[in-house]
Design a protein around this ligand. Structure first.
Ligand code: ZN
Length: 84
């Protein structure tokens, strides 16, 4: 039986922390809703904000999903962890 707690369980804490860090820095700008707060120059949602969303989902899924997004983060030059 699958419960809500089981579905939301983090299976990759390091990936979840990385997703949170990315989402905090690449959030929607308060004054211009089409811009990213990090100033990455992309239209909202920027690539890193979308990657943060995918990573947050993958951190709660099967290992092969987490493994794939870990590779995507490494290719984008994003180190794993909550703090750089
Ligand atoms: Zn951004």
């Amino acid at each position: 039986m699958t419960t809500a707690a089981h579905v939301d369980a983090v299976t990759d804490p390091l990936l979840a922390a990385t997703a949170s860090r990315l989402a905090r820095s690449h959030r929607r700008h308060g004054d211009d809703l089409d811009r990213c707060m990090a100033g990455c120059g992309e239209r909202w949602p920027c690539t890193r904000a979308r990657t943060a969303d995918r990573a947050a989902v993958a951190a709660r899924g099967p290992w092969h999903k987490a493994w794939t997004i870990r590779h995507d983060l490494a290719a984008a030059g994003v180190p794993l962890g909550a703090v750089w």
